[in-house]
Design a binder for this molecule. Structure first.
Ligand code: EPU
Length: 337
């Protein structure tokens, strides 16, 4: 373990923003993590996981601790289910592929989501009809100040749409060390409820899909809509899909009869933010080296060496325009640093 100085963070964030860390260290174990957290020479620290859900707008003038803890462990297995514990620094999609190789089901709909395992409970990642909470059992997390390890059950994580206790009351207080999931070992629960998957499986001429088929379909859909961060820097959806009241929705329908929606409760409705942004003409708009993706308006992109600050300003312009035209507050899904 070596503490480096003036390190570019470009390869450590999926947006590919080239800012510098004043000091930088990669930790491979809980002991190393505790050791660097205790270093008095660096009173302030910044914890970095897979860098897939952040927009860096300035140099990070503190010690950046890169979580590189790896391990995948089968805790128990019976005929029907398997309990797997996976460390924070494992790449999420590689873990999905590992599960498919072992024929463990439950996270195939979450294929190709960028980032590392440790970030997945923080925002309860979700895609194509499945959320992490559907397979989540618990996670272990280290309290940054007391350095005590605590186990959080699923209930204690308070998962909601793109939200958990780690984004709310406990924000910045804990480092996720590992997560434990319950997956299926046979009789997989194939979830093709999301329309696009059914269509893709039809195209693939698959009638009774396996977990591998579902994963392949999701990968094809994602590759057709979402930019590959290795080619075009991005952080996936930059905004959350807003949830509004039914009365607000009914008022909007008068002027925007084609406004799509998903029912979430008796009182509320979820609106695809991508539709709002596209409707305002932002989709595919390019401002020099950054812009709005041309196939998915929820995704802001860095074409080449853009500044995080410029992308942030674009997100503010989108938010204020959405507010003005639709009276909807678009919340950011991405953390601004
Ligand atoms: N839409 C548009 N224009 C766009 C994009 C979307 O009109 O440019 C409308 C269409 O009506 C479309 C609907 O939005 O039918 C849904 O689009 P899509 O299936 O692409 O899903 P989304 O609601 O835009 C959410 C997640 C994605 C996730 C997909 C699939 C959020 C903020 N985003 O996007 O998650 O992959 O569903 O489940 O909930 C991410 O979080 O980084 C992410 C990519």
């Amino acid at each position: 373990m070596e503490i480096l100085s003036n390190i570019s963070l470009k390869q450590y964030n999926t947006f590919g923003i080239d800012v510098k860390a004043k000091h930088f260290v990669s930790v491979k174990s809980v002991e190393e993590l505790k050791f660097v957290l205790n270093l008095e020479a660096f009173p302030e620290k910044f914890i970095l996981g897979g860098g897939s859900n952040m927009l860096l707008t300035k140099d990070v003038d503190v010690l950046v601790i890169h979580l590189d803890l790896k391990n995948i462990e089968i805790i128990s297995k019976n005929e029907d289910t398997v309990i797997v514990k996976v460390a924070t620094g494992e790449n999420w999609h590689d873990f999905v592929l590992w599960c498919l190789e072992h024929n463990f089901g439950g996270i195939e709909n979450l294929s190709l989501i960028p980032g590392n395992v440790g970030a997945t409970p923080i925002q309860n990642i979700g895609a194509y009809g499945v959320e992490l909470k559907d397979v989540f059992v618990s996670c272990e997390a280290l309290h940054i100040n007391t350095q005590k390890v605590r186990i959080f059950t699923k209930e204690e994580c308070k998962f909601e749409y793109r939200n958990s206790i780690f984004k709310q009351d406990l924000k910045g207080k804990y480092v996720i060390l590992n997560i434990t999931l319950e997956l299926t070992n046979k009789n997989h629960k194939i979830n093709t409820s999301y329309g696009a998957i059914t269509e893709e499986l039809k195209k693939m001429k698959v009638e009774s899909p396996s977990i591998q088929d579902v994963s392949n379909a999701v990968i094809t859909i994602r590759e057709s809509k979402l930019p590959n961060p290795k080619v075009i820097g991005n952080s996936g959806s930059f905004f959350k899909n807003p949830i509004i009241s039914k009365s607000h929705f009914n008022t909007l329908k008068i002027n925007f009869p084609e406004l799509p929606s998903y029912s979430v409760s008796e009182e509320n409705i979820k609106i695809p933010a991508g539709w709002l942004i596209e409707h305002l003409g932002f989709k595919g708009k390019r401002f020099g080296n950054y812009g709005v993706h041309n196939k998915q308006a929820l995704v802001l992109v860095n074409y080449d060496d853009a500044k995080g600050e410029d992308i942030f300003k674009l997100s503010q312009l989108i938010q204020s325009t959405v507010k003005r035209i639709f009276d909807i507050n678009l919340e950011l899904e991405v953390n601004i640093i």
